[in-house]
Design a protein around this ligand. Structure first.
Ligand code: FE2
Length: 273
């Protein structure tokens, strides 16, 4: 349960996985029961991070302390740089075909940008590059680059790659990852074989069924094969910052003193600069 009572699946920022540099949190919210999400995320602060919200289904109303408000819907993305401090609210409203579903990823800001000016951007689904292959594969490029095509979100400071991939049954994909970068996949529908396997004998890999996060070791490629069922998954990667992490709820800074300062600023109405 998060916010005012939203049921979600959390894979990063849990008791067993605090963070995986530079990613600080990953949530998958998805339900056909309005009681699981209508309470939403009323006005709350953030400092020191960037967030990317990607909707699969349904609509979320939002507004923030830097004057943005609106609704994001199916396939839309919003990203927010909290920097020195932002207050915002995110309220799931209308489901689509009965379903409210999406993802939120928190990406760390480097120490020198923790207190940068807050900013907010939205991208409608029609502006997200989508590659449709003859064999039925679909690759949506949310951030980063795939086969020379640049993603919709280009100025997240940690410069992550974020792809939404659909593999029909019987198809496979090989994706390059920069050596030394953190790489995770999140399978949200179907099942896929992930990891180090030979494309002509995929049974040597590990089959993973939705919903799960897969964390890859270091290397320069990721292979995925959808066997008898299609696979829908996200592939997210990014360069670790290798800086100290001090976190408390919606604040992620480098030191405990900076966390105390954030709490102090919030209590003294000096949080929004
Ligand atoms: Fe938030």
């Amino acid at each position: 349960m998060e916010g005012a009572g939203v049921r979600l699946r959390r894979s990063i920022a849990t008791q067993t996985l605090d963070y995986i540099d530079p990613f600080l949190l990953f949530d998958h919210f998805g339900s056909d029961n309005p009681n699981d999400y209508l309470a939403g995320f009323p006005m709350h602060p953030h400092r020191g991070i960037e967030t990317v919200t990607y909707m699969l289904s349904g609509h979320v109303d939002h507004k923030d302390s830097i004057g943005n408000s609106g609704t994001i819907g199916k396939g839309d993305i919003q990203w927010m740089t909290s920097g020195s401090g932002i207050l915002h609210e995110e309220m799931p409203k209308e489901p689509e075909e009965g379903i409210m579903e999406g993802f939120q990823l928190w990406i760390n800001l480097p120490a020198r940008l923790k207190m940068t000016t807050p900013r907010y951007r939205g991208v409608e689904s029609s502006n997200i590059p989508k590659l449709e292959r003859e064999d039925g594969k679909v690759i949506k490029i949310i951030a980063g680059e795939y086969e020379g095509v640049k993603g919709a979100v280009t100025d997240i400071y940690a410069d992550p790659s974020y792809l939404d991939i659909y593999l029909p049954a019987g198809s496979s994909i090989e994706l390059s990852i920069e050596q030394g970068h953190t790489a995770v996949a999140y399978i949200f529908e179907g099942k896929g074989i992930f990891g180090d396997f030979k494309l002509d004998s995929p049974e040597t890999g590990t089959e993973v069924e939705a919903t799960k996060m897969i964390i890859f070791g270091d290397g320069d490629t990721v292979k995925v094969f959808a066997n008898k069922k299609p696979a829908k998954f996200l592939l997210i990667s990014g360069k670790p910052l290798n800086e100290p992490v001090a976190r408390y709820g919606p604040f992620v800074m480098n030191t405990d003193e900076e966390i105390e300062q954030a709490i102090h600023d919030l209590q003294n109405n000096t949080f929004v600069k």
